[in-house]
Design a protein around this ligand. Sequence first.
Ligand code: HEC
Length: 128
Amino acid sequence: MNNTLLLSRIVQVVIAGLFIMVIITPACSSDSEDEIAPDCNLADVSYSETIAPIMAASCNSCHSGASPQFGINTSNYEGLRVIALSGQLVGSVNHNEGYSPMPQGQPQLDECLREQIAAWVDDGAPEN
Ligand code: HEC
């Protein structure tokens, strides 16, 4: 076997190896994305259709009315916007360090709901 033949043999083996990697890699690397529930709709999140109902179900019992807890009103857009833009909304529902975990005394909101809240806040907390 002369040197040229040996070299072309090596090149063939390397190319075959790369080809196999390209085929195998995508199958192995998909797990990082299933942090978000697969059927969680983050595409058209709106205040009126998505966020207000979450607040009504889990937050307004304490954060509405004449003297809402902590002076925070989650039952209307103006009140919610304040804690959305301050970071308190996402911090408290995600139980991040430095925030009181919400809803108080109840299980943490489902991951999809928390993702939807975060998506709305990231969008600038629009009144839509
Ligand atoms: C059972 C009553 C209750 C419910 C339900 C509740 N909260 Fe609270 N929340 C409180 C009280 C009391 C405080 C003030 C004391 C404290 O921080 O623990 C508070 C404080 C907060 C704060 C300020 C926390 C901080 O660290 O800045 C935010 C934001 C908040 N709530 C958001 C929410 C949201 C959003 C929900 C619904 C997912 C919710 N709360 C549900 C009682 C409640």
